[in-house]
Design a protein around this ligand. Sequence first.
Ligand code: MTE
Length: 404
Amino acid sequence: KGEDNHVPRDPRLLRLTGAHPFNAEAPLSLLYDTGFLTPAAIHFVRNHGPVPKVQDEEILNWEISIEGMVQNPMVLTLRDLISEFTQYTVPITLVCAGNRRKEQNMVKKGAGFNWGAAGISNSLWTGAMLGDVIRKAKPHRKARFVWMEGADNPANGAYGTCVRLPWVLDPERSIMLAYKQNGCLLEPDHGKPLRVVIPGVIGGRSVKWLKKLIVAETPSTNWYHYFDNKVLPTMVTPEEAKANKEWWKDERYTVYNLNIQSIIVYPENRELMQFKDINSESNETYPVRGFAYNGGGIRVGRVEISLDRGKSWRLAEIDYPEDKYRDAGIFELFGGEVNVCERMSYLCWCFWKIDVKKIELKNAKDIVVRAMDENMCVQPRDMYWNVTSMLNNWWYRVAVQSEE
Ligand code: MTE
């Protein structure tokens, strides 16, 4: 143990597992209060094994290979990536597929450890577009996937997975090879010196400490691609999932795009509220606040809260700080191949707010929230129990508790 002694860590992060590997999220209110950009120090961390040790002198000489179904296999150093490819800086939200797993484990334990609702963070990532690099390698006409592999060595071999090749080549998807987070070189926990960042897709596909890119016709055969980041049918129990590996090899259950989600930050669950002086004449309000996000670049269209468990709903106001970045032209892509202003995808979280009369809260048992996206996909009322407990997006609920 102690393999990660070289990694600096912020004491405010809440550890979710034992000493090793390191998995952590920030307190929800700290994450929200920090605003649109999350500092690296409190960005959630999901590691499957020890963090590779990379000295500062080695950063620019870090090598990645691009191989498989390409006409021009290559080995590139980070120096080459920076000097030979257009560099971009893009705000991107990463989310762990296990976000909110704690709620499911309370109902019926699945296979994974507890995440609260803060397995999400948003940063400005800087680097080359993966699509530019893959294009230069000239993928074969029949190629469909890009496999990615890291330099770490967790229990079941190097961490690896894949993403669809057409997405990699699509400017709207903004899939990056990033070496900077919020203007600084990557921290060890977040992939120092180089990682993949895939917006709108579960964090598990954004491979850290990147070493290898393999262009292929079929999905990755890496252990972590098979046995992680899948939503198996609800009747598959932990015992059945262990006994029958066929479930895991079925690519239909692999999750890529995130689903629509909204979280209440204020009030906190069971936050003690002062209702003593509140009567039916009182106009005093409580600022109910939270955030929402979605996958696949699709905008969150509306956020609604209910004080009567879904009998009636009221609309919250949404703020998309990402639009300001878009207006500032920070989304420049693919060296001018597309008109930058025409890029429409939404890659970041948004914030919602609604002021509610305290007298109404006093009479309510809880507050629930749900979001709907532009495609009219709405968060479900009920839990979809699944053995890995991933993409947990049923209505988010906080209990209202009075101080008396
Ligand atoms: N890449 C490697 N090489 N090893 C890992 O353990 N974890 C994945 C992904 N990339 C992982 C990895 C998972 S499950 C998530 S959610 C994200 O990294 C988390 O990224 P972060 O720790 O920078 O927040």
